[in-house]
Write a protein that binds this ligand. Structure first.
Ligand code: NAD
Ligand code: UFG
Length: 348
């Protein structure tokens, strides 16, 4: 069985953690990343953690010629496709950039895969494709809609994958819909390293805890939730990484069957199935880190929803995967990474 995997965006937050899990599961990896939102240092640290160099190609998923060379040089079983831009606010200001990078980039990658006859793909989708859910927990049959260009780019890619699988034989396409990834590798060597002031809750909290930021603004305390603050399904990034291994193992098993018929388009949620409020997360982080987290209540953030958490049943049934780590472990590992690397990968 072929076990070499192309990991686009493998230098990023989720990709770097997944590289470690893939290596530990016996997969060979080739990382392809343009480093637009990551650093070489992440690759160096992953290499140190796994005890061997990583094959790294600095390249853009919109570069047809380079992709062609990579697919000619290596015989891949499949691709895990993390590469993409992910800042919701920036996507509103720069929609063309987001559609070009996330949608055109994915089309270019799919064309290169088709040419090389590599038809197994795991794609980073997002719970954002569910918009404002009518029913909780959210299962994979819930209606999809998006209100910003970032979400729309994920939804558009899902539609493209769906149509490709419906009309072309042999494709096995698994969009994994992540809920809210947080946490870091337990070594404290790799983690989330936002460029500017973080948009997302967990990195914001940890930067307040370490003294880089003064105070957290909690966006809204009048939601119909347990304490009025937003509720999300936070999932530890190492659990998420294992979800990718489980998806690949599933593909290997299906493709290896005697009477093999392709899987087509198979969306799967990766979440814990549990909701935690913003205030609950702040309290847990404060306890675990021993730091006061100063906060104030502010107005709701435009586009936010009250509550969002997954039904994680499909991942358990099909992939035999479920999240194992608790909110405390998410906070502990985030805190270890943040306190050991107050400036992220910027070690100069
Ligand atoms: P990240 O920014 O840390 O990683 C993305 C990586 O892709 C970066 O290393 C970046 O340099 C690379 N990249 C971007 N555009 C590229 C291009 N054109 N060519 C080659 N490389 C490119 O983000 P992440 O948090 O690790 O997210 C990974 C994926 O998961 C993204 O597609 C993101 O949209 C999706 N996702 C993330 C979250 C989240 O909260 N982190 C939630 C749902 C979905
Ligand atoms: N929040 C604050 N203060 C902050 C940041 C966030 O109160 O400084 C609140 C938000 O209002 C929300 C909750 O914390 O209630 C979580 O917000 P995040 O920005 O961390 O996460 P979102 O759920 O808004 O969105 C994230 C990613 C999206 C992705 C989605 C689903 O940013 O890209 O999860 O996976 F699509």
């Amino acid at each position: 069985m072929k076990n070499k995997i192309l990991v686009t965006g493998g230098a990023g937050y989720i990709g770097s953690h997944t590289c470690i899990a893939l290596h530990q599961a016996g997969y060979d990896i080739v990382v392809y990343d343009n480093l637009s939102n990551s650093s070489r240092e992440a690759i160096n640290r992953v290499s140190t953690l796994i005890g061997q160099p990583i094959e790294f190609i600095e390249g853009d998923i919109r570069d047809t010629e380079l992709l062609r060379q990579v697919f000619t040089k290596h015989e891949f079983f499949g691709v895990i496709h993390f590469a993409g831009l992910k800042a919701v606010g920036e996507s509103v200001a720069k929609p063309l950039l987001y559609y070009n990078n996330n949608v055109s980039g994915t089309i270019t990658l799919l064309e290169a895969m088709a040419e090389a006859n590599v038809k197994n793909l795991v794609f980073s989708s997002s719970a954002t494709v569910y918009g404002d859910p009518e029913v909780l927990p959210i299962d994979e049959t819930s209606p999809r809609s998006c209100t910003n260009p970032y979400g729309q780019s994920k939804l558009t890619v899902e539609h493209i994958l769906e149509e490709l699988a419906a009309t072309n034989d042999g494709w096995n396409l698994i969009p994994l819909r992540y809920f809210n990834p947080v946490g870091a590798h337990p070594s404290g060597q790799i983690g989330e390293d936002p460029n500017d002031i973080p948009n997302n809750l967990m990195p914001y909290i940890s930067q307040v805890a370490v003294g880089k930021l003064e105070k957290l603004s909690i966006f809204g305390n009048d939601y119909p939730t347990v304490d009025g603050t937003g509720v999300r399904d936070f999932i530890h990034v190492t659990d998420l990484a294992q979800g990718h291994v489980a998806a690949l193992n599933y593909l290997q098993k299906q493709v290896g069957q005697d009477k093999y018929s392709s899987i087509g388009f198979l969306p799967i949620n990766l979440g814990t199935g549990k909701g935690t409020s913003v205030l609950e997360l702040v309290t847990a982080f404060s306890k675990v880190s021993g730091q006061d987290i100063l906060y104030q209540f502010d107005a709701r953030r435009a586009g936010d929803i009250a509550s969002c958490y997954a039904s994680a049943d499909k991942a358990k049934e099909l992939l035999g995967w479920e999240a194992k780590l608790s909110i405390n472990e998410m906070c502990q590992d985030t805190w270890r990474w943040q306190s050991m690397n107050p400036n992220g990968y910027n070690i100069a």
